[in-house]
Design a protein around this ligand. Sequence first.
Ligand code: ADP
Ligand code: MG
Length: 301
Amino acid sequence: MKIAILSRNKKLYSTSRLVEAAKQRGHEVQVIDVLRCYMNIGANNLTIHLRGQALEGFDAVIPRIGASVTFYGTAVLRQFEMMGIYPLNESVAITRSRDKLRSMQLLSRKGVGIPETGFANKPGDIKDLIDLVGGPPLVIKLLEGTQGIGVVLAETQKASESVIEGFMGVQAEILIQEFVKEAKGADIRCLCVGNKVVAAMKRQGAPGEFRSNLHRGGTAELVKITPQERATAVKAAKTMGLNVCGVDLLRSANGPVVMEVNSSPGLEGIEGASGKDIAGMMIEFIEKNAKVGKTRTRGKG
Ligand code: ADP
Ligand code: MG
């Protein structure tokens, strides 16, 4: 097969592992910087170009689209899909999961456990909004934050009110969440490939830190997950429509709750903790599923 990897940097661990795994299995692979691609959308004619050349002959595309390039990255991916090329994750599913509020709404509708969550634009009554999610301590999050930046813990009523007012004063979109303190600064990352959890790790925040992000100094270790946690992660992946994703769970007193579903999960932490060839599993999934034109997006948008 000829596989395109949409990534801005071929030296990144995840990208280079995917290149290696694809080559090992005898595939041809090209890393493509989405921002350098340009597209032609004509009457019944869709093409993608890079440095004066039309990109042709691909069987599958692996999107590794960073949060900061979501809009243009998913547009290029959609162009691949409309040309009938199989995407490991579909553009609509990536867009869906990048929006934390939309994700929470979808997960709630499907009965997947989530932390009690509130959202507002300009609430006439901030106190009522705070009550709605159970009162302080609260976690307040920027809707499109990533790597733990823009996630704040407000421990008291006063702190909650002033942080909410502050974010709203600068027109930031936020969501307000019950603080799951039983999680003790740890979360569980479940790596899903095609409706299966293939590896799981527990990430523990640095001492005194409630955010477990590895980018914030958290550490990762292998963890055994319960059947309920496994089922929750799989259902979250299915709800988002993602073939490959990282589902982040908190161990709450009421069972597992999903915090977010990441459509481009990093491979370094999880391969390191589990010793598994996750990149290989992703390529294998493509081998089993990629058929020309097999994308729900094709012709539907
Ligand atoms: P980001 O996209 O920036 O990673 P997250 O929603 O994943 O944002 O939050 C970052 C970290 O903060 C999580 O990994 C978790 O450790 C902690 N956290 C987030 N929400 C909650 C919550 N409701 N209760 C307890 N801890 C939370
Ligand atoms: Mg996170």
